[in-house]
Design a protein around this ligand. Sequence first.
Ligand code: SF4
Length: 244
Amino acid sequence: MPPPLLTVSVKLPGRRIKVAHPAPGGPARPDELLPFMYAVDNAVIAVGVAQQRAQGRTITCSKGCDTCCRAQPVPVTPAETLALTRRVQAMPAAQQARVRTRFADGVARLRQAGLFDTLMRDEPTTSPQQALAVTATYFGLGLACPFLEDGACSIHADRPFVCRQYLVTSPATLCADPLSAPVAVVPMPLRPVGAMLKAATAVAGRPQLTVPLMLALVYAERHHDELQHTADARKTLTAWLENL
Ligand code: SF4
């Protein structure tokens, strides 16, 4: 049985939007609520894009442009690390082997570069300067996302919040090095990642922080038990909506 349809009214600056999408009831893990949250996020993003277009700006992102997928750390929430792990587990064997190899290679490069412990949040960064240096080193490695296949996202419908929200109106080539280039990112009306971290913290019983997508599989394995925690689905969704 598919989950029942849930309709919510989401408050944006100056307006409200209604979103209807299936959502589980009863006890649920935070990752099980992601399809509903992504549907809300898509509707919010559509508003952000419409605002840009109304101001005469053009979104330069398009299918076939993979610049941002080839260098950026792509922070994902812990719940998304589990969702991505399950997505990989569901892939046909040959594709799964390819994707797992890319993840393993990327993790090895991060270990060699001395970034693994910091990015896994085992060793907190001690200053904004250190955090910036870590990000700059990450960009320098030029790690392509393991889900990138033939220049396109192979998990497009299930891509994380950050991938959905990252849209630009500046030339796409600048996205290869946004630390030193003036990238014009489309401002989005709401912040679903921070809201998810807050909502999931209550479920996990421990502060939830983002990690780079490249570490998703190792993070989900290391935090397996914590990511299995459940709470009332409606309560978690309400917390998420209130923190958007
Ligand atoms: S998940 Fe998809 S959209 Fe996101 S970085 Fe990877 S390939 Fe790009």
